[in-house]
Write a protein of this length. Structure first.
Ligand SMILES: Cc1cc2nc3c(=O)[nH]c(=O)nc-3n(C[C@H](O)[C@H](O)[C@H](O)COP(=O)(O)OP(=O)(O)OC[C@H]3O[C@@H](n4cnc5c(N)ncnc54)[C@H](O)[C@@H]3O)c2cc1C
Length: 362
């Protein structure tokens, strides 16, 4: 019997495993492909804030950026590289956004500049994606197994008719959802990045059309593409690696001229985005049961999430889009505090916000 069973061993699942094992809980971690087999294994994984003017996503990414930089450095410095980042505007509109960002940001600005476009430079970081997930998961019991069934009996969750746990955390990314709740819709955005060898030395993390890592023994990482049409579970057509590489190299060439390029390795995977771009963290509403409750007014502008019926001791963490490694330590802390101490989660993060919209429609 486990205290918590986490399904999905990407950065979200493993970050939650870290928090809960640190708190002394007995944690099982399930993944059909092993650690970082999904989107997390493909990530760069650059730790940076969102260089936009305003909005809830910018806010949470700012806090998560500060939190994750300190978290990775404190707990896993061996899998984390602190490196200056030069973020360069893509076009005129972006020039204005970056000017605004620089005027407002409390972050320390570094002197690196681009000659042709507006740019901003700060201290940022890069995570070794797979090694970081492995390190975060090291105290959990790992099972390389797909979870196909989940049911509750006598106050306990039963997974695959074989494992028992008090709590369940679903961290399955953009891959097929275990609990088919109609209001949970995730956008899978396919991404491709490469490690390549080049004689060009790059001292900084560069972000423009794509991100380019600093050189490490002549190797740089370049990523990533954003393809909303390709989904490995929805097509039988194999992914076209050559076309993906061409896109990456042509976009990178806008920022830096990379000489004598030899591709060493391709990484591909799905990002998982929500429809308001904010992550989803917290309990899951049982839509069928909640809709049967005639005492709830679903048409109100200010829905009362506490009136809904929820799956008992079952939460999710998902929808991190292209910022999973920035968000995960912060979100895992929030989710663990909820599981361990029932600490409230902001309504901006709760999956219930999507149920409220769905219930109005149906
Ligand atoms: C090419 C690329 C580059 C990226 N670059 C960056 C970056 O620079 N910085 C950044 O912060 N983010 C980056 N991201 C985004 C980041 O990788 C994602 O936000 C993050 O991986 C999401 O993590 P996750 O744990 O939610 O999902 P995933 O990593 O996809 O993990 C979900 C896991 O669940 C498992 N699973 C699903 N269903 C089941 C089941 N029924 N039973 C058992 N296991 C199951 C899957 O095998 C998978 O391993 C990038 C993503 C891509 C694709």
């Amino acid at each position: 019997m486990y205290d918590v069973a986490i399904i999905g061993a990407g950065i979200n699942g493993t970050a939650v495993a870290f928090e809960l094992t640190q708190a002394g809980k007995r944690v099982a971690l399930f993944d059909k492909g092993g650690i970082a087999a999904g989107g997390s294994g493909a990530a760069g994984a650059f730790i940076s804030p969102k260089f936009s003017k305003s909005g809830a996503l910018k806010e949470i990414l700012h806090h998560s950026f500060l939190y994750s930089m300190a978290f990775y450095e404190k707990h896993f410095p061996q899998h984390f590289l602190k490196s200056p980042l030069l973020h360069i505007a893509k076009d005129e509109k972006d020039d204005a956004t970056l000017l605004h960002y620089k005027a407002e940001t409390p972050l320390e600005l570094l002197p690196f500049k681009d000659e042709t476009r507006e740019s901003v430079s700060i201290n940022a970081g890069i995570v070794n994606a797979k090694q970081m997930c492995e390190a975060l998961a090291s105290e959990a019991h790992l099972h390389q197994e797909e979870i196909r069934t989940l049911r509750r009996e006598n106050g306990v969750w039963i997974l695959n008719e074989n494992y028992r746990a008090e709590h369940i955390v679903i961290a399955t990314g953009a891959y097929e959802q275990l609990l088919q709740e109609p209001y949970i819709k995730l956008r899978g955005v396919w991404g491709h990045r490469v490690d390549l060898k080049t004689t060009t030395n790059n001292p900084l993390s560069l972000h423009q059309e794509v991100s380019i890592s600093p050189s490490n023994d002549g190797v740089v990482a370049v990523g990533a593409t954003h393809d909303v049409h390709y989904h490995p579970q929805k097509t039988t057509t194999p992914y076209d690696y050559e076309a993906g590489r061409e896109i990456l190299l042509s976009r990178a060439s806008r920022t830096i001229s990379l000489e004598d390029v030899v591709i060493i390795k391709d990484y591909v995977g799905l990002r998982s985005g929500s429809f308001d771009y904010m992550p989803m963290v917290g309990s899951l509403v049982n839509a069928k049961e909640t809709l049967l409750d005639n005492s709830i007014n679903f048409y109100t502008k200010k829905p009362d999430f506490s009136a809904y019926s929820y799956y008992k001791n079952l939460t999710m963490i998902n929808g991190s889009g292209g910022y999973g490694f920035v968000l995960a330590p912060y979100l895992a802390k929030i989710l663990s505090a909820y599981i361990l101490e029932e600490k409230e989660i902001s309504s901006k993060l709760l999956p219930a916000r999507f149920f409220a919209r769905y219930a109005k429609r149906v």
